[in-house]
Design a protein around this ligand. Structure first.
Ligand SMILES: [Fe+2]
Ligand SMILES: [Fe+2]
Length: 246
C-alpha cells in the first residue's frame, strides 16, 4: 500500500484507473473510476461536489474532457452524482458531449441536478453499452440495493465489476485494496443501507453468474482477491428490516 501514491490516479487494471479522494475524516470516502478505451473515456460514479477538485485533477492527468463520452451512475445519490453538472460544463465547454448512463428510475431523479446530457437508460438498451471500439459493457439489475433501479456494470475485458454501493464499506482506516478486515467494514456500512437479506441474496445470485476478477465499489476498497468470499459474506448479511425489532 505504501508504494501506491493515492494523490495521483491509480491504475487498477489495463485502462482502468481509481480517481478518488481519500477523505481521512469521513470514513465514508467515494471511489470514482475512469475507464479509457482507445479515444473514448467512461467516468464511473464521478463523485460529490466536495471531492470534485481532487477527482478533476486526476481526470486531467489521464484524458482530455472531449474524450469523456459516458458518465455511468448506479443511482441518484449526491455522493456520486453531485459532480455531474461540473464535468458536463467542462466536456461541453471544449465542444464534447456525453451521455448519462443509468436506469430509467434513477434518471427521473438525476435530472434534478440540472444535467444537460441525454440519458442512456440501461433497462431500455438491453442492459448493455457498446463503445466505439466494439467493446461491450454489461449491466445487471440489482433492485433495492439500495435504490429500486440500482444496477452494476461488468466489463468482460478486465473482468471488473463496478458495483456502486454494493461491496462498499465504512471505516476510518482505509487502503486502496481490501485487506483481511474488509468484510467487517463492508458489513458496518451495508447492514444500514441494504433493505433485507432476501434482496441481497437475489443480487448476489445475479452477480455470481459473472466471471469476476476484481470488484470496484463506490465506497471502501477495491477487492482484488477472494471474490467469492466477499460475495458469500454478503449472502449471509443481516440488514435493514432483518434488524428491526418486532
Ligand atoms: Fe447510495
Ligand atoms: Fe454511495
Amino acid at each position: 500500500m505504501s508504494s501506491i501514491d493515492i494523490a495521483k490516479a491509480v491504475k487498477i487494471a489495463e485502462g482502468v484507473h481509481w480517481i478518488g479522494f481519500y477523505d481521512e475524516k469521513a470514513g465514508f470516502h467515494c471511489n470514482p473510476y475512469l475507464l479509457i478505451d482507445g479515444d473514448e473515456a467512461i467516468l464511473f460514479d464521478p463523485g460529490s461536489v466536495q471531492d470534485f477538485p481532487c477527482v478533476l485533477s486526476k481526470v486531467c492527468q489521464l484524458v482530455d474532457f472531449k474524450q469523456i463520452t459516458h458518465i455511468i451512475v448506479t443511482h441518484q445519490d449526491p455522493d456520486l452524482c453531485g459532480a455531474i453538472p461540473r464535468f458536463e460544463e467542462l466536456i461541453y465547454g471544449v465542444g464534447g458531449s456525453c451521455k448519462i448512463v443509468t436506469s430509467t428510475r434513477a434518471s427521473f431523479l438525476i435530472s434534478y441536478y440540472g444535467v444537460i446530457s441525454d440519458f442512456y437508460c440501461v433497462d431500455q438498451n438491453d442492459w448493455s453499452l457498446t463503445l466505439r471500439s466494439g467493446r461491450e459493457l454489461k449491466f445487471t439489475s440489482t433492485p433495492f440495493m439500495h435504490f429500486p433501479g440500482a444496477f452494476v456494470t461488468y466489463d468482460p475485458e478486465t473482468k471488473i465489476l463496478f458495483s456502486g454501493d454494493i461491496f462498499g464499506a465504512f471505516s476510518f482506516t482505509w487502503e486502496l485494496y481490501a485487506n483481511e478486515h474488509y468484510i467487517e467494514a463492508m458489513k458496518a456500512f451495508l447492514e444500514n443501507y441494504l433493505p433485507s437479506n432476501k434482496i441481497v441474496r437475489y443480487a448476489m445470485a445475479q452477480i455470481e453468474k459473472r466471471d469476476i476478477r476484481m470488484i470496484a465499489p463506490q465506497h471502501g476498497s477495491v477487492i482484488n482477491k477472494d471474490i467469492q468470499k466477499h460475495i458469500d459474506a454478503l449472502k449471509g448479511i443481516e440488514c435493514g428490516i432483518d434488524l428491526e425489532e418486532e
